[in-house]
Write a protein that binds this ligand. Structure first.
Ligand SMILES: [Zn+2]
Ligand SMILES: [Zn+2]
Length: 265
């Protein structure tokens, strides 16, 4: 009897000691594969492809992988199922026009629907499929706000592309991050040389992948004489469109000042 109680106590202590040890070891594996720093038992963070990023192990051993990106459209992507049915019922689901893709995934817009729809192009679909099929990703979203101090510190005022991952072999972590970087680039828009502003700014991507005005959605080339750029996020739009909107139309950007050609030297 006594021996039994003691044995149970010893096993309990052993398990209690072992559990954090294993967690820490797993986190160290992710950290070393990515060149990150293991911050605690469940979190590693660093910079990859020039973006602040972190890997967090949740209580159920799934992973939350997040990387920084700038001014993405607000999207949530999941495998079709109950959530998809709900999103379709609520009218927040964005159709890609591709039955095979729409039958497997549901893309929900939490903001500008036209911008979300434009983001769902061929390149986007390819990367999303690879992430879900090749890396155990079960959900993606760009709608998270940094909540914890450590996230605010890591991501600053930038947006977050977040992937929920069922299981991930640490040696595949760099490839997963590379795919997320690819998706982030697609969502961030395209660089556009604006002649009147004398340099490169950022334009939203239209449905064909070409730059467009962030407000009226007309295609732009950068050579139009009436383009302005947001002083905060560098998004390009027509001067009249800026005036109509009264500020930057990009979700999350609250800037009221635009850079105009005539203001230059
Ligand atoms: Zn416009
Ligand atoms: Zn802006």
């Amino acid at each position: 009897m006594m021996i039994g109680v003691m044995a149970t106590a010893v096993i309990k202590i052993y398990l209690a000691l072992r559990k954090p040890g294993l967690r820490a070891r797993r986190m160290n594996l992710y950290a070393s594969a990515l060149g990150f720093e293991a911050k605690d038992l469940a979190r590693a963070e660093g910079t990859l492809h020039g973006r602040p990023a972190c890997v967090v192990e949740n209580q159920d051993r799934t992973l939350s992988v997040s990387i920084a990106l700038d001014h993405p459209p607000a999207l949530q992507i999941a495998r079709d199922g109950l959530v998809g049915t709900l999103e379709r019922a609520l009218g927040t689901a964005v159709s890609s026009g591709d039955r095979a893709f729409d039958g497997r995934f549901v893309v929900a817009s939490a903001g500008d629907r036209a911008r979300a729809r434009a983001a769902v192009d061929e390149g986007f679909k390819q990367v999303v499929k690879r992430l879900f099929d090749g890396f155990g990703v079960t959900a993606l979203d760009t709608t998270r706000q940094p909540f914890l101090y450590k996230d605010k510190h890591l991501f600053g005022g930038r947006g977050i592309l977040h992937a929920h991952v069922q299981r991930l072999d640490p040696k595949n972590a760099p490839a997963l991050l590379a795919r997320l970087d690819e998706l982030a680039k697609l969502l961030e828009g395209v660089p556009l040389h604006v002649i009147t502003l004398g340099g490169e700014r950022r334009a939203e991507r239209g449905a064909t992948g070409s730059p467009r005005c962030a407000w009226c959605h007309a295609d732009i080339t950068g050579s139009e004489p009436d383009l302005v750029a947001c002083e905060k996020c560098a998004t390009v739009l027509h001067e009249a469109c800026w005036a109509e909107q009264g500020g930057c139309p990009v979700m999350g950007c609250t800037s009221k000042t635009a850079e105009r050609a005539r203001e230059r030297g």
